[in-house]
Design a protein around this ligand. Structure first.
Ligand code: 6R9
Length: 646
C-alpha cells in the first residue's frame, strides 16, 4: 500500500464542495471542541416533535457507564423519512425497485406512494397486535414490501429485527427467541440470480423451534406454493385489503430503540446490536449527505442487502431522511452476466453507487469488456464498504468504472457504529487507494498498544474510539453487561472496535482488518466460534477450530480443522457432508471453503488452541510458525502441515 499515491480533490469538486479542506478542518475542530452546541445545531436537520436541548450525555467508565443523545427530544423516524417530504417532494420518486430478472418491469414509488404503503403495512401490524416496544422479526427477500415492513415498524414504534434471507431456519429461530419476537414478517419465496429461496418453508422450520412466535405475516412475492397454518399465518394481501392508507406516527423518545440487528462477535452466539431513534437517524442522514455529497435530485444506489446494517442505514434511513431517490436491487451484481450492475446504473441514471470490494473483485475478474459495454455517464461518485479495499480494486473502480471522474469514498464503519466513522468528504479529502482517510466530525479515533497505551504519530495499533458519537449502538439486547464487557473493558474508557489500523504521516487511517476471532467473508462478519459450534453439533465431530485465510474474491475464506470422534474415519464424502452441515446450520455464507481432518489440534498445556499456528498453516505460510515450544504436543503441528488442504 502506498501512502504516496495521492488523488487530489478534482477542481470541479473543490469549487462546488459543501466543505473544502479548510471547511472540513473547521467543522471537525468545532465538533470536538464544543460538542454540545455542535450536535444540537446538527440535530436541527431532523424534524422533531420536541426539539432536544441536551446533546450527548455519556461515560465509557465502568462506574458510571451510560450513553445517551438528545434524551429530551421526541420524534418519529418514519415521519422524518416520509411525512416531512410530502409537501415539498410528494411526487418525487422515493424508491425504485429493480427486479432480479432484467426482463421484468421495475417498481417505482413516489414519496406519497411510499407513505401510503408504509401506513398500510403499519395498520396490518397493528391489527396483528404489534405496538410500541414490541419486537417484530423481518425475514424477507429484497422486495419493496421489506422496506414497507421496516418503516412500518418505525412508524408504530415497534423494534424491528431484520434477519438476512440467506440465514438458515436454525439461525432465524435463535434470533426470534433471543429478542422474544412474537410476530414474523416473511414472504413465500425470494429470488436471486434466477434461483428461488424457500423463505416461508424456512420460517416454518424456524417457528417449530421458536415457540413464542404467534403470528406470521406472509407477503406473496413469487406466487410459489407454500403451506399456511391456520390461526398463525396471515397473507399480507388479504390483511391489507381492509386497512386505511393513513396511520398516525407514534411519538418516540430520541433514546427509544429503533432496531435490533444481530451480528457476529468473537465469542458466543450472535449479538443483538440495539440502535436508538434520534441519534442513529441523525448520524445516517448526516453521513449520507457529507460522505457522498448527496444533492437533491440524485439517484442513489446502495447495493447491499437490507439484512445487513449497510442496507438499513444507506438503502433506507439515511437517504430517505434526506429526501433522496433510493434504489433497491433484488438480485446479484453478476447475474445474468457481469454487465448487470452497470446496466442497472444506466437504466435508472444512478448518480452514486455504494458497494463492497468483494463485488468489485468478482466483476474485475470477468474483464473490462462488461463495463465498457455500458454508458455509466450518470455516475458522479462511487463508494465502498465492508472490508479493506485492495488498491488494485480501488484503481479499477476509479479508472475503469468511473473513468477517472468519480471520487472513491471508502467508508469504514460497523454494525455497532450505525453509520460511517472514517471516510472522505469528496470536496475536502484527497484520496489514497486503500485508505478510509479521515474521521467524520465528532469521531475521535486513536491507536493503542495491547496494554492500552495511546500511540502517537505514524504507527499501527488497535483501533479505539475515545468518545461517543450520536449513531453509536446503545446496548446488546437483553445483555447490557455483555455490551460493556465486549466493547469497553479491553481498553478502559474507550470503545474498542475489534479492528487494527495504521495512521500514516499525513494522518490518514488505513484499516488492516479484525484483530479478534471474527472473519470477514465477502464483507460479512462470521464468528469463528459460531462455525465451530455448528461443526461440533455433528454426531461424528469431536472438536473443531476455524480460522480465516486469504481469498482472492471474498477477501477472507473459512478454513476449518476438524477432529473426528474416535472410531470415525475421514473421507471426502464426510468432508462434503460437514461443509454442507454448516451451510444448513447457519447459512451458505458460513460454509467452510476448506476443511482439514486433524487428528489433533495445537494446544497449550492449559488447553488453549493456538490459532496463530492454525492461521499460518491455512495461509500456507508454514516456514515461519514461530515458537511452538509451549504446545502440549509439538508433534501435532507436523501432522497438520503434512495434511494441509491446498
Ligand atoms: C458496515 C459493515 C464491520 C467490520 C469492521 C471492519 C470491516 C467495514 C470497512 C472495513 C476496512 C472499510 N470493514 N468497512 N474494513 N475498510 N471501509 O461492514 O459492518 O458488517 O458490522 O462489519 O467490517 O473489520 O470491523 P459490519
Amino acid at each position: 500500500m502506498s501512502e504516496q499515491e495521492i488523488y487530489p480533490v478534482p477542481t470541479a469538486w473543490a469549487d462546488h464542495a459543501r466543505f473544502d479542506a479548510a471547511g472540513y478542518d473547521t467543522l471537525y475542530g468545532r465538533s470536538l471542541a464544543d460538542p454540545g452546541s455542535f450536535w444540537l445545531e446538527q440535530a436541527r436537520r431532523l424534524d422533531w416533535i420536541k426539539r432536544p436541548e441536551i446533546a450527548g450525555d455519556w461515560s465509557f467508565d465502568e462506574a458510571d457507564f451510560h450513553i445517551s443523545w438528545f434524551a429530551d427530544g421526541k420524534l418519529n423516524v418514519a415521519a422524518n423519512c416520509l411525512d416531512r417530504h410530502l409537501a415539498t417532494r410528494g411526487d418525487q420518486l422515493a424508491l425504485i425497485w429493480e427486479p432480479d430478472d432484467p426482463a421484468e418491469e421495475p417498481r417505482r414509488f413516489t414519496y406519497r406512494a411510499l407513505h401510503a404503503e408504509v401506513c398500510r403495512f403499519a395498520n396490518v401490524l397493528k391489527a396483528q397486535g404489534a405496538k410500541k416496544g414490541d419486537r417484530v422479526t423481518i425475514y424477507m427477500p429484497m422486495i419493496p414490501e421489506a422496506a414497507f415492513a421496516i418503516l412500518a415498524c418505525a412508524r408504530i414504534g415497534a423494534i424491528h429485527s431484520v434477519v438476512f434471507g440467506g440465514f438458515s431456519p436454525e439461525a432465524l429461530a435463535g434470533r426470534i427467541t433471543d429478542c422474544d419476537s412474537t410476530i414474523l414478517v416473511t414472504a413465500d419465496e425470494g429470488r436471486r440470480g434466477g434461483k428461488r429461496i424457500p423463505l416461508k418453508a424456512n420460517a416454518d422450520a424456524a417457528a417449530a423451534r421458536a415457540p413464542a412466535l404467534q403470528t406470521m405475516i406472509v407477503v406473496r412475492a413469487t406466487g410459489g406454493d407454500v403451506a399456511m397454518q391456520d390461526g398463525r399465518d396471515v397473507w399480507y394481501h388479504d390483511a391489507v385489503a381492509d386497512v386505511p392508507a393513513t396511520c398516525p406516527a407514534e411519538p418516540m423518545g430520541a433514546e427509544d430503540p429503533l432496531f435490533i440487528l444481530y451480528t457476529s462477535g468473537s465469542t458466543g452466539s450472535p449479538k443483538g446490536v440495539l440502535h436508538s431513534s434520534g441519534g442513529y437517524l441523525l448520524w445516517v442522514s448526516l453521513t449520507h449527505e457529507w460522505c457522498f455529497d448527496y444533492r437533491p435530485g440524485d439517484v442513489w444506489w446502495c447495493a447491499a442487502d437490507l439484512g445487513w446494517v449497510t442496507g438499513h442505514s444507506y438503502i433506507l434511513y439515511g437517504p430517505l431522511a434526506n429526501g433522496a431517490t433510493t434504489l433497491m436491487y433484488e438480485g446479484l451484481p453478476t447475474w445474468p452476466d457481469a454487465s448487470r450492475i452497470w446496466q442497472v446504473v444506466d437504466r435508472h441514471r444512478v448518480h452514486t453507487l455504494y458497494t463492497a470490494p468483494t463485488a468489485l473483485r468478482a466483476l474485475m475478474k470477468d474483464g473490462d469488456g462488461f463495463v465498457h459495454a455500458t454508458d455509466r455517464r450518470s455516475l458522479k461518485l462511487l463508494g465502498t464498504v465492508g472490508e479493506p479495499i485492495n488498491p488494485e480494486a480501488w484503481r479499477w473502480y476509479h479508472d475503469v468504472v468511473g473513468e477517472g471522474r468519480c471520487p472513491i469514498i471508502d467508508t469504514w464503519w460497523q454494525t455497532e457504529t450505525g453509520g460511517a466513522l472514517i471516510a472522505p468528504m469528496p470536496g475536502a479529502t484527497a484520496l489514497k487507494p486503500g485508505s478510509a482517510t479521515t474521521p467524520m466530525p465528532g469521531v475521535d479515533p486513536q491507536l493503542v498498544d495491547p496494554e492500552g497505551q495511546v500511540l502517537t504519530g505514524a504507527t499501527s495499533g488497535n483501533l479505539v474510539i475515545a468518545r461517543s458519537w450520536p449513531g453509536q449502538m446503545r446496548t446488546l439486547w437483553g445483555d447490557h453487561a455483555r455490551f460493556f464487557q465486549t466493547y469497553f473493558s479491553t481498553y478502559p474508557g474507550k470503545y474498542f472496535t475489534g479492528d487494527g489500523a495504521r495512521r500514516d504521516a499525513d494522518g490518514y487511517w488505513w484499516i488492516t482488518g479484525r484483530v479478534d476471532d471474527v472473519i470477514n467473508v465477502s464483507g460479512h462478519r462470521m464468528g469463528t466460534a459460531e462455525v465451530e459450534s455448528a461443526l461440533v453439533l455433528h454426531a461424528r465431530v469431536a472438536e473443531a477450530a476455524v480460522v480465516g485465510m486469504p481469498h482472492e474474491i471474498k477477501g477472507q475464506g473459512i478454513y476449518a480443522y476438524v477432529t473426528l470422534n474416535s472410531g470415525e474415519t475421514a473421507s471426502d464424502e464426510l468432508r462434503a457432508e460437514l461443509i454442507n452441515w454448516v451451510r444448513t446450520e447457519i447459512g451458505p455464507i458460513a460454509a467452510p471453503d476448506k476443511l482439514q481432518f486433524a487428528p489433533g489440534l495445537p494446544k497449550t498445556r492449559s488447553g488453549k488452541i493456538m490459532r496463530r499456528i492454525l492461521r499460518k498453516i491455512a495461509e500456507g505460510d508454514v516456514s515461519s510458525l514461530g515458537d511452538t515450544s509451549t504446545l502440549a504436543d509439538p508433534a501435532v503441528v507436523d501432522d497438520l502441515v503434512a495434511q494441509r488442504v491446498a
